[in-house]
Design a protein around this ligand. Structure first.
Ligand SMILES: C[S@@+](CC[C@H](N)C(=O)[O-])C[C@H]1O[C@@H](n2cnc3c(N)ncnc32)[C@H](O)[C@@H]1O
Length: 265
């Protein structure tokens, strides 16, 4: 074996050892979250440090705890929708720099909006957070047969009268303004001039469309609309309605792996 062959072999060996070292370092560094499997989303080998961000983790834990009573009808309790909550926190944080209030349509006991409130310390943000819901499930009036069946199943399996609990959950945030009533009519009860962040989660296409038609002109340019059920199976009516709406505005909605859609004003 000549010297140059030996040098080649040594440098190949060195490269292999270095590559193994890199892999080993990633495996060894258990402080980095790299896998996630919840809410119909599964990813591997991604940097998911947002899950360990202390402010986010504390906000989520607080929200999940406060929502327990609202999810007592569900065997597995509060669903693990941390990635969806992360998207809402990001969109709301972006809204801090824009003119207008925060709005969520479809609140229940507030998994998403309470995470946002705790994450951003909403009490000290100079904006109102308008929170619209019947606080007793999806209204059945005016629904066709198929819509009525879907809404009744949700009302039976998840929703109930949560008005007292919702009031208690948001009590630490004086600028969180709960509006009880049927959308879109209940929009008349709030004085909203501009909107900097909008989350829509009514699980019902006609109500979501009637609501966005009224709120779209109030959104500040650049404000993000988070559409919670956009790309979920069995929510195709919402998917199509939102795509039609976006196309009429000359916009496109991005589909996230979480099933949420994002639309930017
Ligand atoms: C999926 S839940 C909302 C979950 C909530 N975003 C969270 O983070 O926990 C849907 C909510 O929409 C409400 N809702 C549906 N249709 C409505 C309407 N037309 N007017 C007011 N509330 C409605 C229901 O009462 C229910 O609480």
């Amino acid at each position: 074996m000549n010297i140059s062959n030996t040098k080649n072999m040594l440098s190949q060996l060195e490269r292999k050892i270095n590559a193994f070292g890199d892999k080993f370092r990633v495996l060894r560094d258990r402080s980095i979250h790299v896998d996630y499997r919840a809410d119909g989303v599964g990813v591997r080998n991604k940097n998911l440090s947002f899950l360990d961000d202390q402010t986010f983790a504390d906000a989520w834990t607080m929200s999940a705890e406060l929502n327990k009573e609202g999810w007592r009808k569900r065997k597995r309790g509060v669903p693990d929708i941390r990635w969806r909550a992360h998207i809402c926190c990001w969109a709301a944080q972006h809204g801090l720099g824009l003119d207008g209030d925060f709005v969520e349509c479809g609140v229940h006991t507030g998994i998403l909006s309470l995470t946002v409130c705790h994450y951003l310390s909403m009490g000290s943000v100079p904006k109102s957070f308008w929170l619209f819901d019947t606080f007793e499930g999806i209204p059945l009036d005016g629904l066709n047969e198929a819509q009525r069946r879907q809404a009744s199943a949700l009302n039976r399996n998840v929703y109930s009268n949560v008005w007292d609990l919702a009031q208690r959950n948001f009590a630490p945030f004086p600028n969180a303004r709960l509006v009880r009533g049927v959308l879109p009519g209940s929009l008349d009860e709030a004085r909203i001039e501009r909107i900097a962040y909008l989350s829509i989660d009514l699980n019902h296409a006609p109500a979501e469309m009637a609501t966005i038609e009224r709120l779209w002109p109030k959104l500040s340019l650049g404000a993000i609309v988070v559409i919670d059920d956009y790309a979920f199976r069995d929510h195709e009516a919402q998917y199509e309605a939102w795509n039609d709406f976006a196309a009429r505005q000359g916009k496109m909605i991005v589909t996230l792996p979480t099933g949420q859609g994002l639309l930017i004003r």
